[in-house]
Design a protein around this ligand. Structure first.
Ligand code: GDP
Ligand code: IMO
Ligand code: MG
Length: 427
């Protein structure tokens, strides 16, 4: 299976980083195809914790070529901070490649992201404040700055000037902020040019050449299906395509080259930021699941909203991504519950929905219809085969498989790299 896409099926933080890392030994190239440092992936190797934001999780595996694809937005300050932090811990980051077409996040877009959120007041989205939305908006408005622009100073200056015409009006006249200086921004961006130059490639060519040579390429998504700009809970979404189609546009490969699409899902559900979440638990129940799962964001440290597994979301993710396999993570977190609810459908104003309601208002009003599965008490963190799991844990996984209609190929039973059960190999 040489070309495999890994996507989140819920609202992010499903354990995509761990899933990518787990596959590391069998992979030659890992391409991140969307998002930027709004992502936060925690990978635990031999008890050592690594928190990645912008870098693909593949950077932690020796022999893997990590690539930042054209669909990613890059904050250069964060990029070099992350590289230095890994180098200090003895990791080799010299294989990293960056697409010449990747857009850069200039510092003014961080400011605009945070200020826009403040001005939205009650309608705010709860963004990560990393400048992601404004940078993708610039890309679509054709006033973005790309990595390759750093190598032509006069072009760079023209582009910064062009971008700032409207932005300075907005900042000064609407937001009551200081005007951003073209020279300052240009100089700041140029200060990274020499360091980034050796990493710049035509990532589409590198990826396609690797596939032609029979190598295995993993396409790593940031964020997730329900945060996708087209298929998520708009407007409470991020600004990129985090679904499988985004891998083709964000890395420069054709859909005919893809062999498998792997969805990563928690055994329950979490969400950070605002927006609808039908199975959300409040009060003590929510606190309990948050504590058990250690559900606090890697990027902003915010407590994650927690709820039960939602099969309507899982089926939807299976459909819009064309999932071939599921990786279910954090099954160990459910140990000790007497009964585990799984949402199998919604009820909206007395009407049952087995599939995602077609309009946002209904989704906001959706009440979960639960089935209850018997729990287990045995510690499962040491399980390495399906048969090692208690019968009720096996039944829980088989139930998720039935209701989501996708085979569960890998089960996560702990944070460490080795804490997983592989039922079906997809690489
Ligand atoms: P990502 O953004 O999808 O890569 O996910 P995050 O790293 O933000 O959040 C997933 C969290 O769950 C991380 O802290 C992981 O170390 C942890 N994790 C992943 N898989 C498992 C698992 O199977 N069991 C447990 N207990 N933790 C896991
Ligand atoms: P990973 O890759 C969870 C959420 C934010 C906010 C919304 C928009 O770790 O799964 P943005 O800054 O992207 O404009 O914020 O999206 N969000 C995430 N939530 N995991 C992520 O990434 C996220 N990236 C963005 O909380 O609600
Ligand atoms: Mg995360």
């Amino acid at each position: 299976m040489p070309a495999v896409i890994v996507v989140g099926t819920q609202w992010g933080d499903e354990g995509k980083g761990k899933a990518t890392d787990h596959l590391g030994a069998n992979v030659d190239v890992v391409v991140k195809f969307n998002g930027g440092n709004n992502a936060g992936h925690t990978v635990v190797i031999d008890g050592e914790k690594y928190a990645l934001h912008l870098l693909p999780a593949g950077i932690l595996s020796e022999g893997v070529t990590p690539i930042i694809g054209n669909g990613v937005v890059v904050d250069l300050e964060v990029l070099f901070q992350e590289i230095e932090a890994l180098e200090t811990r003895g990791m080799d980051t010299s294989r990293l490649k960056i697409s010449a077409n990747a857009h850069l996040i200039p510092s003014y877009n961080r400011l605009i992201d945070k200020t826009t959120e403040k001005f939205l007041g009650k309608r705010q989205l709860g963004t990560t404040g990393r400048g992601i939305g404004p940078t993708y908006a610039d890309k679509m408005n054709r006033i973005g700055i790309r990595a390759q622009d750093l190598f032509d100073e006069s072009i760079l200056r023209q582009k910064v000037e062009g971008a700032l015409v409207n932005k300075n009006h907005l900042l000064v006249k609407v937001f009551n902020k200081r005007k951003v200086d073209v020279d300052e921004v240009t100089a700041e961006l140029l200060s990274y040019a020499d360091r980034i130059k050796p990493m710049i490639v035509d990532s589409s060519l590198v990826v396609n050449d690797a596939l032609d040579a029979g190598k295995t390429v993993l396409f790593e998504a940031g964020q997730a299906t329900m945060l996708d700009i087209d298929h998520g809970t708009y407007p409470f979404v991020t600004s990129s395509n985090a679904t499988a189609g985004g891998a083709c546009t964000g890395a420069g490969v054709g859909p005919t080259r893809i062999d498998a699409v792997v969805g990563v899902s928690k055994a329950y559900t979490t969400r950070v930021g605002e927006g609808p979440f039908p199975t959300e638990l409040f009060g003590a129940e929510g606190d309990e699941l948050r504590e058990r799962g250690g559900e606090f964001g890697v990027t902003t440290g915010r407590p994650r909203r927690c709820g039960w597994f939602d099969a309507v979301v899982a089926r939807y993710a299976a459909r819009v991504n064309g999932l071939t396999d599921l990786v279910v993570t954090k099954l160990d977190v459910l140990t000790g519950y007497e009964k585990i609810p799984v949402c199998v459908a919604y009820e909206v104003d007395g009407q049952r929905f087995d599939e995602m309601p077609p309009d946002q208002t209904s989704f906001h009003h959706a009440k979960p219809v639960y089935e209850f599965l018997p729990g287990w008490n045995q510690d499962i963190t040491g399980a390495r085969t399906f048969e090692d799991l208690p019968t009720n844990a096996q039944r829980y996984i088989e139930f998720l498989e039935d209701v989501s209609r996708v085979r569960v190929s890998v089960i996560g039973v702990g944070a460490d790299r080795e804490a997983a059960i592989v039922r079906h190999e997809f690489i």
